[in-house]
Design a protein around this ligand. Structure first.
Ligand code: SF4
Ligand code: FES
Length: 239
C-alpha cells in the first residue's frame, strides 16, 4: 500500500541578494523502491523546478549526492524513503563544504585541494619503461591498495566529523586514507619523514579526536579509523 511522504528541503541561494535560508515542504506519493534521488527528481519535475541538488551515477559510485538526511550525512541515491517509518524526511546541504545552492555543495574544490596537499600521486625515482612488463606487486599489497582506493570522495566522512567542523583545515579521514593508500603502495618511495611533512600536525593525523563518525557513516565502509590509527602510530615516533 502506498503512502504519502513529506520532504522538507533547505533552500538558499548564496549568490542571490534576496534569498534567505528557509525550508520548503513537499508532499508526494511514495513509489516502490523509491530513493531520495527518485523523490527529488519527482519534486523537481512536478512541484519545484528551482530545487537544486547533485546526482550523476545514481548508483553510489560518483560520490556527488551527499546531503544531510534527518541530520546524518548520506548518499541520497542509496537512501530508500521506506526506511523512514513516519514518512518525514528533512534534507540539508552537507556542512564543511561551500554551498552552491539548496542541497548542492562544492566537494570538488576541497577534494582537489586535499589531493594536492597530500601529493596524491606515486613518488618514484625510477624511469617508467612502458615496453617492459610492469613491476611485480605482492597480491596482498595490491588488495590493500584496491581496498583503500574505493573512496568515492563523497565528503560524507567530513560532513560527519566533529574535528573538521571545529578545525576547517583538518585533512579528514579521506585525506589520511589517501596517504595510507600511498604508504602501502610498493611503487611509492616516500618515507615516513615525507608523510610526516604532509600530515604530521593537528590539521593532519594528530588532529583526529577519534570520534569514529567517519567510519560509522562512510558509504563504502572503508577502514578509516584503523588507517588513521596506523598512520598516527607510524608518525608519532617522529615527533
Ligand atoms: S572515505 Fe568514505 S565517506 Fe570519506 S569521502 Fe571516501 S567514500 Fe566518502
Ligand atoms: S549519484 Fe553518484 S553516488 Fe549518488
Amino acid at each position: 500500500m502506498s503512502r504519502k511522504i513529506t520532504i522538507k528541503a533547505l533552500k538558499y541561494n548564496p549568490l542571490s541578494k534576496v534569498s534567505k535560508p528557509h525550508f520548503a515542504e513537499y508532499t508526494l506519493e511514495e513509489t516502490p523502491g523509491m530513493t531520495l534521488f527518485i523523490a527529488l527528481t519527482m519534486i523537481r519535475e512536478k512541484i519545484d523546478a528551482d530545487l537544486s541538488f547533485d546526482f550523476v551515477c545514481r548508483a553510489g559510485i560518483c560520490g556527488s549526492c551527499g546531503m544531510m538526511v534527518n541530520g546524518k550525512p548520506r548518499l541520497a541515491c542509496r537512501t530508500l524513503t521506506k526506511d523512514f517509518p513516519d514518512g518525514k524526511i528533512q534534507l540539508m546541504p552537507m556542512p564543511a563544504f561551500k554551498l552552491i545552492k539548496d542541497l548542492s555543495v562544492d566537494t570538488g574544490t576541497w577534494m582537489n585541494g586535499m589531493s594536492k596537499r597530500v601529493e596524491s600521486w606515486i613518488h618514484s625515482s625510477k624511469e617508467v619503461d612502458i615496453s617492459k612488463i610492469e613491476e611485480r606487486v605482492e597480491p596482498e599489497v595490491a588488495q590493500e591498495v584496491f581496498e583503500l582506493d574505493r573512496c568515492i570522495e563523497c565528503g560524507i566522512c567530513l560532513a560527519a566529523c566533529g574535528t573538521k567542523l571545529m578545525r576547517p583545515d583538518f585533512i579528514g579521514a579521506v585525506g589520511i586514507n589517501r596517504v595510507a593508500r600511498f604508504e602501502v603502495d610498493s611503487h611509492d618511495e616516500r618515507t615516513d619523514e615525507d608523510y610526516y611533512e604532509l600530515i604530521g600536525d593537528d590539521d593532519g593525523v594528530f588532529g583526529c579526536m577519534s570520534l569514529l563518525a567517519c567510519e560509522d557513516n562512510c558509504p563504502k565502509h572503508l577502514p578509516l579509523q584503523s588507517k588513521i590509527a596506523y598512520m598516527r602510530r607510524k608518525l608519532v615516533a617522529l615527533r
